[in-house]
Design a protein around this ligand. Structure first.
Ligand code: PLP
Length: 426
């Protein structure tokens, strides 16, 4: 690979390239720019790679993606520790299977990206104190808090919408203590994301480096590319494949598109949203018009201004010839509930996000086609909703039944966040 570039710069193709480590540490480029590999060279050994075990294959893929970089020699160690939990493909019927990515410590797919990012940071920050600032719509908070918990020289600050996360989600980060502080914001996830962006833009902290653990950080996305190859390794379908992904910030669908650019055999990537349907509308009429956020039971994707969509457009401009069809559809809350009930009556208990993606897939899958639903959260993370809708109790132990006090609580203003950041830096 030939380095990483800031895709929001007009002269993207001619600008100076950054190494992976540089892009990782900067998080955001100038002008709120996102980093991407300057170009993606297809893998030439996919059949052999698919025979390899998950960890070994993931190391090869990540080596290929990050190219020459100081972290290259550490990838084996980082990936072995980060991806230290199972992932599996469960067939639902003869056309559809579910890729379960939620068997990590915080019970969501975000463990892959967050744990890989934490490993990379540990090896590249060289003893420097860092503050990891993360806006969460529910599941990033838990994944990041657990990935960085107790890491020396790291302070974690998590900001989340006061009314936007379930108790089971909050239990993974609120009240964790140690080096993790969680701050509730009187606003939506988009507000949290705006505050975080402002903090990065100002880099106001003397002596401390502010690091983003959101999917604006390219390290998270590259980690996520790996599990799409596991899908190809485990699946037995012969028909053209559609991959359906519940999408909020569109990081996961960006990772799927990168996997396809590397040569993953997929015909269609279907990014499914809830009523926050900025992207499906944009694909219909070419108008980028985020509305105000609607709160739904699929709270992790209650996002009206998805950050990563520009990365997908960049890929489409750069390597259109290799990419699958990219589609996006919107599923209503009522349809999501119906999907949860239908799946449960067939014996599969799905969290609301997974059920939404399944419904999106079913609406468009032809009789001679096959599809994989990306299962992003464990149903136990939405235990109350799952039980209310399906009547089935989603079991998973360490649950904390005590309702945690969601403190501190700040208004959705940067000055309030800044006070907290200043307070928690040395
Ligand atoms: C974060 C999250 C998503 C959305 O992923 P994006 O990469 O932001 O599109 C979907 N489902 C669950 C359960 C999540 O936590």
């Amino acid at each position: 690979m030939n380095g990483f570039i800031n895709i929001s710069q007009a002269d993207a193709s001619s600008q100076e390239k950054l190494s992976f480590t540089q892009a990782l540490l900067r998080g955001l480029g100038r002008g709120d720019g996102l980093f991407m590999p300057a170009s993606i060279i297809p893998l030439d050994n996919i059949p052999e790679l698919l025979q390899c075990p998950f960890i070994e294959r993931s190391v090869s893929i990540l080596q290929h993606l990050i190219g020459a970089d100081p972290l290259r020699v550490k990838l084996d160690e980082i990936v072995t520790r980060a991806f230290d939990f199972p992932l599996m493909l469960r067939p639902l019927d003869d056309q559809v299977a579910v890729l379960e990515l939620f068997h990590g410590p915080s019970l969501s797919f975000k463990d892959f990206g967050a744990r890989f990012l934490a490993g990379c940071m540990q090896h590249s920050s060289a003893g420097q104190s860092i503050t990891v600032l993360t806006a969460t719509s529910g599941d990033t908070g838990g994944a990041v808090a657990k990935a960085f918990y107790d890491q020396p020289n790291v302070q974690v600050v998590i900001i989340y919408p006061q009314h936007g996360v379930t108790d089971q989600q909050a239990a993974h980060f609120v009240g964790l203590g140690g080096n993790v502080i969680s701050v509730a914001v009187e606003g939506s996830f988009d507000d949290c994301q705006r505050l975080a962006k402002q903090a990065f833009a100002e880099q106001s902290q003397a002596g401390r480096k502010l690091i983003s653990a959101n999917s604006i950080n390219i390290a998270r996305l590259l980690a996520q590319v790996c599990y799409y190859f596991e899908l190809a390794a485990q699946q037995a379908f012969s028909a053209p494949l559609t991959v359906a992904i519940p999408s909020g910030n569109f990081g996961n669908s960006t990772a799927a598109m990168i996997a396809c650019a590397l040569g993953l055999p997929v015909k269609t990537v279907l990014a499914v949203t809830n009523e926050n349907d900025t992207v499906p509308r944009y694909l219909l009429d070419g108008q980028w018009l985020p509305k105000s956020v609607v709160q739904t039971i699929t709270n992790a994707i209650d996002i009206a201004a998805p950050n990563n969509f520009t990365r997908i457009e960049y890929l489409q401009r750069q390597q259109a010839h290799l990419l699958p069809v990219f589609q996006s559809s919107s599923i209503s809350e009522q349809q999501t509930r119906a999907a949860m009930r239908e799946l449960a009556s067939g014996g599969y208990l799905a969290d609301p996000h997974t059920a939404l993606a399944w419904m999106g897939l079913r609406q468009q899958l032809g009789n001679d086609e096959c599809g994989v639903v990306v299962a992003t959260a464990h149903p136990a993370k939405f235990a109350d909703e799952v039980q209310a809708i399906t009547g089935v109790k989603a079991e998973h132990t360490p649950s904390s039944d005590s309702k945690l006090a969601r403190l501190p609580l700040i208004p959705a203003e940067y000055s309030s966040l800044k006070k907290i950041l200043d307070n928690y830096s040395d």
